[in-house]
Design a protein around this ligand. Structure first.
Ligand code: ADP
Ligand code: MG
Length: 261
């Protein structure tokens, strides 16, 4: 059997004195889109940062069957791409240069970008409808425009495994639909996508859903499974209901459920 894209066996992850994650045992399969969902503060971002190797944790994370620590840094950076939540910095950089940062793991030290680097940046800008922004500075963009540029930087890496923390924040519905098409195309091409999402209706379109609650994985299953829907409803204290509409599953807020509970 093929190694999972990511395997996380994390006994604990701490920030300062606080234990944020515990007892995590998660295998993310290759070539699928996994959505990570759960209430605010559940530990979703912490889990993603551990899996990206950005936060030390007690345990081991493996990328494509090899522990993160055993990967040469550049090869790992070409294989695993990361898009964080509310990333700051680089405000004076122009959009083109921000997206070109995604090419750093492919480039020789201090070498000028190659034709392949430029082509990757161009394709990433077009895929995120941000080509027209390429000469603007990051500081001059709206929240949604900025989010698309960060997505373009992630795509420019051309990594096999992509981690995204709340990539849909600030995106209007047409750009959310573009993001969905991009993710489906990546997965169809064999890439693995893991995205933290607050938009449950989007998460329900993923292949698999991981439900995080209070620092633990409460459930991991196919997005279409009844057990997954039950776990989602439980994670949000019965304040949502999941219903089938045509071929899709949708999550609906339940007014008054707090009183009934
Ligand atoms: P989520 O992404 O699910 O909303 P996070 O992983 O960001 O949750 O946070 C999980 C918990 O860790 C929260 O209780 C949060 O307050 C805490 N936390 C996150 N970052 C820090 C930090 N830098 N210092 C202290 N606590 C933190
Ligand atoms: Mg978060």
């Amino acid at each position: 059997m093929n190694a999972p894209a990511l395997q996380a066996r994390i006994a604990a992850a701490r920030i300062g004195e606080r234990r944020i994650l515990q007892g995590i045992d998660l295998a993310v399969p290759v070539g699928r889109w996994t959505a990570v969902v759960g209430p605010n503060g559940a530990g979703k971002s912490t889990l993603l940062r551990c899996m990206a190797g950005l936060l030390p944790c007690e345990g081991q994370v493996s990328l494509l069957g090899r522990p993160l620590a055993d990967w040469p840094a550049r090869e790992r950076a070409r294989t695993l791409a990361w898009m964080g939540q509310q990333e700051a910095g680089g405000e004076d950089l122009r959009v083109w240069d921000v997206v070109m940062l995604g090419r750093l793991p492919h480039r020789a030290w201090l070498a000028a970008p190659t034709g392949a680097d430029r082509a990757a940046v161009d394709a990433a800008l077009r895929a995120t409808q941000s080509h027209a922004l390429r000469a603007r500075r990051l500081a001059e963009l709206s929240g949604g425009e900025r989010q698309r540029v960060l997505l373009a930087r992630l795509l420019a890496v051309q990594a096999r495994v992509l981690l995204m923390d709340e990539p849909l924040a600030h995106l209007d519905p047409p750009h959310q639909a573009d993001w969905l098409a991009t993710v489906r195309a990546l997965v169809a091409a064999g890439a693995t996508v893991v995205s933290v999402l607050h938009e449950l209706n989007m998460a329900l379109q993923a292949d698999d859903i991981v439900v995080v609650r209070a620092g633990r994985i409460a459930h991991h299953g196919a997005a279409a499974d009844a057990a997954t829907h039950q776990a989602l409803q439980a994670a949000f204290d019965g304040r949502i209901a999941i219903r089938q509409v045509g071929d899709d599953w949708v999550a609906l807020p339940r007014a008054g459920a707090r009183e009934a509970a």
